[in-house]
Design a protein around this ligand. Sequence first.
Ligand SMILES: Cc1cc2nc3c(=O)[nH]c(=O)nc-3n(C[C@H](O)[C@H](O)[C@H](O)COP(=O)(O)OP(=O)(O)OC[C@H]3O[C@@H](n4cnc5c(N)ncnc54)[C@H](O)[C@@H]3O)c2cc1C
Length: 383
Amino acid sequence: MNFELSEEQKQFQQTVKEFVERELKPGAGQRDKNGEFPWTEIRKLQRMGLFGLIFPTEYGGGGRDFTTYTVAVEELARADASVAITLLAHTLSAGHINAFGSEQQKREFLAPLVSGEKLGAWALTEPGAGSDAGGITTCAVRDKDGWRLTGNKFFITNGSQAQTLVVMASSDPSQGAGGISAFVVDGETTGLTRGKNLEKLGFRSSDTVGLMLRDVRLPHERLLGEVNRGFSQAMQILAAGRIGVAAMAVGITQACLDESIAYARKRQAFGHPIAEFQAIQWMLADMATELDASRLLVRRAAALKDQGRGYACEASMAKLYASECATRSALKAIQIHGGYGYTRAFPVERYLREAKLCEIGEGTSEIQRMLIAREMIKTVQSS
Ligand SMILES: Cc1cc2nc3c(=O)[nH]c(=O)nc-3n(C[C@H](O)[C@H](O)[C@H](O)COP(=O)(O)OP(=O)(O)OC[C@H]3O[C@@H](n4cnc5c(N)ncnc54)[C@H](O)[C@@H]3O)c2cc1C
């Protein structure tokens, strides 16, 4: 497997990098402080085509591969992870419609998401069911006119801003996870109430809300794919999503390393730049090595996906390693910055708050370890 980016991918990376330096980096700290949704920046990225990057050109998408997408996510997260996660959640919803929607659903709902006209959200988690997603209780009842959805969703990224939402609900509670279906819901639908942005440790300018669905009426044509196939669809969407979270973690780690090197060169102690002390050098060396390992895991998972091969286990490995590496690196970055690292004068404290979420969203580290171990045991048993 060759992990070198193609010329086209490198050019694209450069374009995103320049945008990020110019448009995202300068205001990221302030946006985090104010907790404002970054609509100005998102609109610019939508106009650049980033919100439709990997989707088919026939629906207005960029037709690019998944590796290119991970490169974009990494660059965005390097400056502002709140912007990166907005793209990740949007991509879950657009990806779900693209993979399982009918031609009509793709024309009606995917095309505006891909063109950047609309923003998407993807709602699986509930107040009582996160890791145990098969235990969701939002119910979908079918009658002659279509479906009626009732229940609560929680922690939904883009939940109050999105115009199009993909919502998982139990259409046959007796079947547990095997009785879940997926629906596409217009943000304006009667009966859908969206909560206020949650007060979070990090990702403060990203939108994370609870949703209330009270007798939300949907026509039959809003069911995505087959009835009772929603859980298995969601697991497939999450597998790809995890590569995105891993790429976001790589971006945060890169930012930690960049800031640490710059600071270590400038900061003087005992008459020397602290970069000359071995204790500091070892932290930088560990960060750089783990960053490389994380990025390679992301590239491998993305390459497998691009080649149409199985990638779920590799996606979990990439997410597990890259997200824990981001937290370790952010802690080291703060240590290298000394007391200043503990203040808002430098962005490294924000990186720590952002890194931690990568270990939780789209399946916690514990769940990734469980999935990887299951795969290993299966492989050993069948060999
Ligand atoms: C900022 C943010 C954005 C999010 N965005 C979205 C979104 O857009 N859409 C969406 O649907 N969800 C979203 N989520 C939800 C996220 O995916 C869940 O928070 C996550 O899956 C964990 O679920 P939970 O919070 O219910 O924790 P729980 O499942 O209650 O877990 C609590 C603890 O128990 C551990 N645990 C649980 N089960 C096991 C097990 N079998 N073995 C070992 N340990 C276990 C967990 O690892 C964790 O440490 C978001 C969450 C956050 C914080």
